[in-house]
Every structure is written in C-alpha cells, then in structure tokens.
Design a protein around this ligand. Structure first.
Ligand code: GLU
Length: 256
C-alpha cells in the first residue's frame, strides 16, 4: 500500500515546543517497520515552528510572520536532523521536500514535485514533506499541514492518509467541554452538522484543529482516498489502522 502519514506538532513536541523524545522515537520505529513490511510511505510533518520555538528558547509561538518564518527556519533543520538520525538507525533514508501552495497549484511545478516524489519512492527513500514556511507568504501558502497532507496524498494516489493528532478522532461535540460527546467511527459525507461539531481549533504551538482536518478529509474523499484521524499519543496505533481495526475516525473515499 502507498500510505501518507501526517503528524502534527502536538504529537512531536511537548507543550514547551521541545521534542517529545520518547514518542518520536517510537513513531520513527513504527514507521520504519511499516516500510520494512513493504508499504510505500510518505511523511507529512509539522513541527518546524514548534521546534524552532523550543530551540530558540522563545516563551511562546511568535505571532508575526517574520517571527514564525525565523522559528521555522531553525526548527526545520532540527526536525530533519532528528528524522535523519532516528530513521537512519533503522536503515531508512529520509528526503526533505518543502512546498508552498503555489508549487501544488501551478501545473509545471506540481508535475515536477510528483515526478520527484515518485522517484524517491522508487529509490526506497522516505520523503518528509512540510510547507516551506520560511518563504511562504499569505498569497502562496497552503496554510496548514492537514490540507497539505491531503493535497500530497491525492497527488500521488495514496490509498490512505493517516492523520496523527492529539485527540482520538472526530467527536459529535468537543469532548474537552461536553461529557456527552461521542467518537464518530466512520464518515461518508461531510455534512454541515459535522462541520459544526468540528469547531475551530489548534493548540498553542500548532495551526490546525478539526476544521482543517475536515477540509483535508473532503479533498481526500473526493479523490477516492480514505483518511483516518487517530491519536498520535501512542504511535503503535498505526499498526491497528493498517490491520483495518476500528480506531479513530475513518473518512471513506468515494469509489468510482
Ligand atoms: N508548517 C508548520 C510547521 O511545520 C505547521 C503547519 C500545521 O501544523 O498545520 O510548524
């Protein structure tokens, strides 16, 4: 199977912005094992800004654009250093691809990206993709990595996009505020009710939340790609997703 995995800042770092070493080590081990089992893997990783905040000892995520871009420039190096080291321990080679929205919208650049990604997979490398935050301005950026993950998964016809986040899946209401909220195991259509249930979101260090995940799911479903949202707290959950167990929320891609 060709699988895209999107990992959010909240899975990779503590609330300080510093790396969650134990979790990231497990994540890289599980992903390496999935690759060893013969699956093609593409990783869409956030965490550049969050890790930049940690590395630069900033007290909070910057709110201005140059501040975010500077943090991303520092954090992206750190992120790739960690991936290179941890995947290297399992004999996997990582490749960094940084994209803007424009790269995906403009036909020629999109074609180049897909060809390169395809070749990297043929070479057995593990592409690690993030938005090119350091040069992305409002006009050209994708803006959030849930959407970026979906655009990448669809571009290379991945069978599924697995989104690792800090909650078990999509709920009928915000489970942090409403005790009667129930996890929704399967979604076949994004309805206005679902959008209302998803609310806004994001944590102090990251961008997304459930709203961007629904947008991503919509893109995937329309292209026939399944998307699954699961809690990244325990990266072993990826095995359960691939074994077809009912974990998290699965958005079913439309089959022609
Ligand atoms: N590209 C951002 C980063 O690496 C994250 C965007 C997102 O999480 O949606 O920090």
């Amino acid at each position: 199977m060709r699988i895209a995995v999107k990992v959010g800042t909240s899975t990779l770092t503590h609330s300080t912005g510093r790396l969650d070493i134990r979790r990231v080590e497990t994540l890289c081990k599980v992903l390496s094992d999935i690759k060893n089992a013969g699956h093609e893997l593409i990783l869409i990783s956030s965490g550049a800004i969050g890790m930049g905040v940690g590395k630069l000892n900033l007290s909070a995520r910057p709110s201005d654009m140059p501040g975010k871009q500077a943090a991303a420039a520092v954090g992206q190096c750190e992120l790739m250093y960690v991936y290179d080291k941890l995947f290297g321990e399992h004999n996997h080679t990582v490749a960094q691809i940084l994209l803007t929205g424009e790269d995906l919208r403009e036909e020629r650049r999109h074609g180049n990206f897909v060809n390169t990604l395809q070749r990297l997979l043929e070479l057995g490398a593990l592409p690690v993709i993030n938005e090119n935050d350091t040069i992305s301005t409002d006009e050209i950026r994708v803006g959030d990595n849930d959407t970026l993950g979906a655009l990448v998964a669809v571009s290379v016809a991945a069978e599924e996009l697995i989104v690792l986040t800090d909650i078990d899946g999509l709920y009928t209401a915000d489970p942090r505020r409403d005790a009667s909220a129930r996890l929704i195991p399967e979604v076949r259509e994004i309805t206005p009710e679902l959008r209302a249930a998803a609310g806004g979101g994001g944590s102090a260090l990251s961008t997304g939340g459930m709203a961007t995940k629904l947008t991503a799911a919509e893109l995937c479903m329309a292209a026939g790609t399944d998307m699954v949202i699961v809690n990244g707290q325990r990266p072993d959950i990826l095995y359960e997703v691939l074994e077809g167990k009912a974990v998290g929320t699965r958005f079913i891609g439309k089959k022609a």
